[in-house]
Write a protein that binds this ligand. Structure first.
Ligand code: UDP
Length: 421
């Protein structure tokens, strides 16, 4: 990849025109108007420009590129993510090939441990997702050795949903995989803290995100490709969008205000990546539910050995603390050079709290929200000249790679159906 001699570690300063949010200084006629400078918007702008030479205006109400992937380097030299840990992992060859074009990637097998009170009353740091080590540490008189014994352990613990049917909610999903004891220690309270709902109020799919292992593989994700961008995620967006004469960017720019005022430029396809219910707010339908996160960041000046905790993410699945996890960014291999070389004594930790106010992060997958979303999706399907794409607009709990794949496939589809002409 060509970084044009850009060896800055953090985000590039963006021009006054980009930051101004001023649409009067933009081209008056663009092929695409793209709302949202996150993954979906960036992929569509990039593909349409590179493959078809089409022009885009990308607008975002925030003051930075990258949506929730945005990261930056603190004054102390630590690369942090503004919106929480982002670990890239994929098994899609197409996505993996695509992201190579915009960054070098450093292999990083993400591992998580949970601070859990064992049956003997002591607090243990155990692998999550659960492995042989996890159950041996948590339960007394348990000494599982090997995959067959672990399978047998699950088999004695698990409780199948009634009448031979498949799991219809998160609680049934977890119980049918790990049984009540592990469920109580790892899943029940964590889920309540994360969603303000107990697992039985959520779709089975939420709890199925976390694998339950029989092997000793203690990586968080099973995917073949797991890596972090060498210069952070923000750089990817800079490489995708900046310096492309077909792409104009305006940050601090509120789509709805301009839509109301009639000050949007003339455009072809509108690519909308925001919340789908906000798009239709004027109709007065009920709002979709989203979860947000709040981070309590703390700079720890000189922890012993330079680190606060043993690994990047420690989960707190118990009721004893109100946060879900603590993230320590300094563990990532894509820290700025000096930090990696141990020249930074301090560390930044972020305690992560889930909340229902603030920037939307997660759609809340359950039958009520799905039903409501379907009503919005029906309206969206009737639109001509508007394409709804991404986690917020499709109300889907996409991982980063799924968001990229979905946007690439959307591009294929728009092209094949002639909607880009
Ligand atoms: N989960 C849990 N305990 C954990 C980790 C995850 O109960 O220690 C459950 C919880 O319901 C969570 C879901 O598994 O919402 C998915 O976790 P994941 O780590 O994929 O969530 P994300 O990283 O997207 O916040």
């Amino acid at each position: 990849i060509h970084e044009g001699g850009n060896d800055a570690e953090g985000p590039l300063p963006l021009g006054d025109d980009i930051m101004s949010g001023d649409l009067s200084t933009c081209p008056r006629d663009v092929d695409l108007l793209i709302v949202g400078a996150g993954l979906s918007g960036a992929v569509l702008a990039e593909r349409c420009s590179r493959e078809l030479g089409m022009t885009s205006l990308v607008i975002d109400k925030r003051d930075h590129l990258g949506g929730n992937c945005y990261d930056y380097v603190t004054a102390d030299g630590i690369r942090c993510s503004k919106y929480g840990a982002h670990l890239f992992h994929t098994q899609h060859e197409r996505v993996w090939r695509y992201v190579q074009e915009f960054s070098q990637w450093l292999p990083f097998d993400h591992r998580v441990k949970g601070r859990v009170v064992a049956d003997d009353g002591t607090t243990k740091l155990v692998p999550i997702p659960p492995t042989q080590e996890t159950v041996n540490a948590l339960f007394e008189n348990t000494d599982v050795q090997g995959e067959a014994e672990m399978q047998a352990w699950y088999d004695t613990e698990r409780v199948a949903p009634p009448n031979g049917r498949s799991a219809s909610n998160g609680e049934e999903a977890a119980l049918s995989r790990v049984g009540p004891r592990l469920y109580e220690k790892i899943f029940r309270h964590y889920t309540k803290k994360q969603w303000d709902k107990y697992p039985k109020e959520l779709d089975a799919s939420v709890l199925m995100r976390l694998p339950c292992r029989t092997s000793t593989d203690d990586r968080y994700f099973p995917d073949q490709y797991q890596a972090l961008p060498a210069r952070g995620y923000t750089r990817i967006f800079e490489n995708m969008l900046l310096g492309d004469p077909n792409v104009t960017i305006r940050l601090n720019c509120d789509f709805f205000r301009h839509r109301t005022n009639g000050t949007l430029p003339k455009h072809g396809l509108l690519v909308y990546t925001g919340q789908i219910d906000s798009y239709y707010a004027a109709l007065g339908m009920p709002k979709l539910e989203y979860r947000s996160l709040r981070f309590e960041e703390e700079y720890v000046p000189s922890p012993p050995g330079g680190f606060y905790q043993e690994l990047m993410v420690v989960n707190y699945p118990g009721e004893d603390v109100p946060y879900t996890r603590i993230v320590e960014y300094k563990h990532t291999p894509n820290q700025p050079r000096g930090t990696r070389d141990g020249k930074v004594a301090g560390t930044v930790i972020a305690r992560e709290y889930s909340t229902d106010v603030g920037e939307p992060y997660y759609p809340v997958p359950n039958p009520e929200n799905r039903e409501l979303y379907e009503k919005y999706a029906t309206l969206a399907a009737k639109e001509r000249g508007v394409c709804f794409v991404g986690r917020l607009a499709s109300y889907k709990y996409f991982n980063m790679d799924q968001a990229i794949l979905n946007a690439l496939e959307m591009f294929d589809n728009l092209r094949e159906t002639g909607r880009l002409e």
